[in-house]
Design a protein around this ligand. Sequence first.
Ligand code: DAH
Length: 340
Amino acid sequence: MEALVQQIENYKQEITTFNSGDAETFRIKYLGTKGLVKTIMGEMKNVAPENKKAAGQLLNEFKLFAEAKYEALQQSTTNNQQQTTNDTDFTLPGDNLPLGSRHPISIVRNKIVSIFQRLGFAVAEGPEIEDDFHNFSALNLPENHPARDMQDTFYISQNPDWLLRTHTSSVQVREMEKGKLPIRIICPGRVYRNETISARAHCFFHQVEGLYIAEKVSFADLKQTLYFFVQEMFGKDVKVRFRPSYFPFTEPSAEMDISCLICGGKGCNVCKHTGWVEILGCGMVHPAVLENCGIDSNKYTGFAFGMGIERITMLKYQIKDLRLFSENDVRFLKQFTSAV
Ligand code: DAH
């Protein structure tokens, strides 16, 4: 009995000075199933019968003592946590969440669209999976026409008549078919070509095409519209020239060049030392195209044009490799701001 009293005294001492861990460590060491309190309770069986009552009281008291210490430890842990919470400095600046930025192609597309909207053009959109008629035949590109070679694309295996559109001219066809005149639209969108991917070509890219059909629309209207566009897009100092060209859906057809933005027209690698860079194709809508779409070509005339957004973006920002647009490297993409 004496030894038990001494042992309990020692444990009490130990517990009072316990500072080697948190409440949970204490619980496991003293109050757990294999803890000291349980173990010492087991000593009861060795106590002589006449001392059992006193020993029981002593042990119970010891158990309460240990439990009180555990509660005190728990309390101080909570207090510490609250202390930490109260220590939060709400005046500190918040965490920096990285903000995304618009893709350069979207920035330039929006700019192109807004320039033409100011001239009264409305945005028209159409499907990326097209049929042969809207992408080719209606545009004076019948099957086996050699000009189809310039626009090879991807065909849909379920139906040989379906393909991924090669230009957004197909949207012009859809708009003309509606028969509501006059028409003044621009068609921004993604297009596809079966091209080997390189710095200058990709199997998909983006275009904005335009179409204006009304009575007495002339080539002069076409030129004036495109002059306005170029000046708004690239600034007043940029020079413009038209070169005769060929597209099956326009007659006459032209390609439009602007003076090179890099060398100012003196000649450099970008303009292949000519001082000019081509930015779009255009022309007066071919009467056969109007008739294919149910428009009276004796009454109505119109002009159309089409440009690649990637090309305009590369000129605007002096980007040399088309692949950068689709690699999704954030280090590249975050360099562009909406203010162009
Ligand atoms: N669709 C032509 C292409 O993708 C570009 C083009 C040229 C569109 C002349 C036109 C146009 O509307 O009149 O190469």
